[in-house]
Design a binder for this molecule. Structure first.
Ligand code: ADP
Length: 423
């Protein structure tokens, strides 16, 4: 068993990968686990990101799962804990950012932590405690209409204060601009005033790098994935290609896509236009009882020896609405996810060892169907999307390279570029 330096707890799956990707690029070797592992870590790595699905579950459950993750990470030797949430601070009035932070502070016996979702590479910046998405405030960004976590107040000090009994303060940009010593001095001041959690301003990667050294002394950090770019240096790591090294890729190649986001629609189109074989899945045929999985695998079998194939349910809004009207939104989604996951498993059983999956929820379903519990994070294909290497039950325990692309990530040529990165 190896001893890890940094232990991370992420409140959702693709967010965990995003964080892991930033840590790898800053020089750490990282494994992401699906949920809290039941056994000690097998791989020799510097950091583990435990991916939970705790963003919108009841606060008490999110706390319990996060404390479980903490305990496991501590047993692996983690010296510092990083609670990762969304860069748009997605939470409800009841939490879960405040309650989970409080519980982790108590378990770690610490009286102070930071809260900064800033991720300038992704246009999330925080100034005077106000969160901007691109050029507009959080509550004008569309997030005010989010179905699960509507964000109607852009002032993060207020938002977090409403979720916790502990006192929330601010380390503003004037302090961050003066560097790590100024941040340290401000932390000491806030502590003396009884402040337990401080929102920290950051409008650029330089801000994140400047505050990095001052964060090394805190047992607990809470943040989006941006803060991660300035942390590995505290443990003596520097960017290197070794951190993202994965076993050599071999085997057949395939893409499955259940994402209907605009970027994915373009990626599907680009793959088809490149002349490679692609097969669309019709949700209504699945609903009618046809064995679509078997049909797809029969089609793919003779083709995949010649190069990557694409299987997709990706469709435009009109078509999706029509399907949802017939089947119901949740039922249609779950049914398509199950089918794509079964196809992904079937493809791996046919010998696919390089698999691209498009769609956040779709990725969760596929990883589960493949029987994967840990993912070693490798080189980035496009911002926020790395290749990973997994041991998959569906491959008889053998290694498979998998990349999980959430909806709007990736350039138009992602589905072909991905395999070039691996080669
Ligand atoms: P994204 O990351 O783009 O949001 P997800 O996989 O998270 O992608 O979500 C897409 C959802 O839409 C999934 O539940 C998927 O099963 C569902 N879906 C995919 N294709 C169709 C379709 N043609 N009709 C209806 N629902 C679909």
């Amino acid at each position: 068993m190896s001893t890890i330096r940094l232990g991370c707890i992420a409140d959702d799956f693709t967010g965990a990968t995003d964080l892991a990707n930033n840590l790898v690029r800053a020089g750490m070797r990282v494994v992401q686990t699906i949920g809290v592992p039941t056994a000690p870590l097998a791989a020799d790595v510097d950091c583990v990101v435990v991916a939970l699905k705790s963003r919108t579950i009841p606060a008490a459950e999110a706390v319990a799962q996060s404390l479980d993750a903490l305990q496991w990470l501590q047993a692996q030797g983690a010296q510092q804990i990083y609670f990762k949430y969304c860069s748009t601070f997605d939470s409800t009035a009841a939490g879960n950012i405040g309650p989970v932070t409080e519980a982790l502070m108590q378990a770690l016996g610490t009286d102070f932590t930071i809260a900064t979702p800033a991720f300038p590479d992704n246009k999330r910046t925080v100034f005077k405690g106000y969160l901007f998405v691109g050029d507009v405030l959080l509550n004008e960004s569309g997030m005010q209409n989010h179905p699960l976590t509507p964000m109607t107040d852009p002032n993060l000090v207020r938002v977090l204060q409403a979720q916790t009994k502990r006192k929330v303060g601010l380390i503003d940009h004037l302090v961050v601009a003066r560097g790590a010593d100024a941040v340290r001095a401000r932390i000491a001041e806030l502590r003396a005033e009884g402040v337990a959690m401080a929102v920290v301003d950051a409008v650029s990667n330089d801000d994140l790098m400047r505050m990095g050294p001052a964060l090394g002394e805190l047992p607990l950090l809470t943040a989006g994935s941006g803060v991660a770019i300035g942390l590995p240096a505290n443990f003596g790591f520097a960017p290197s290609s070794q951190a993202s090294a994965l076993p050599a890729a071999a085997g057949l190649q395939a893409v499955v896509s259940g994402s209907c986001s605009i970027a994915t629609n373009r990626q599907v189109m680009a793959f088809i236009q490149s002349g490679r074989p692609a097969m669309a899945i019709d949700p209504l045929r699945i609903a009618s009882g046809a064995d679509v999985t078997a049909e797809v695998l029969d089609w793919a079998g003779p083709l995949i020896a010649q190069g990557p194939v694409l299987v997709y349910s990706t469709a435009e809004t009109q078509a999706i609405k029509a399907v949802q009207a017939r089947l119901g939104v949740e039922e249609a989604g779950a049914m398509v996810e199950r089918t794509i996951a079964a196809i992904a498993r079937g493809l791996v059983e046919l010998g696919v060892r390089q698999l691209v999956v498009a769609g956040g929820e779709t990725s969760g379903a596929c990883v589960q169907a493949l029987g994967v519990s840990q993912m070693q994070i490798g080189p980035q294909i496009d911002p926020g999307v790395p290749w990973t290497h997994v041991l998959a039950e569906a491959a008889g325990g053998a290694g498979v390279h998998v990349t999980l692309k959430s909806g709007n990530f990736g350039a138009d040529d992602f589905f072909t570029k991905a395999f070039k990165v691996l080669a």
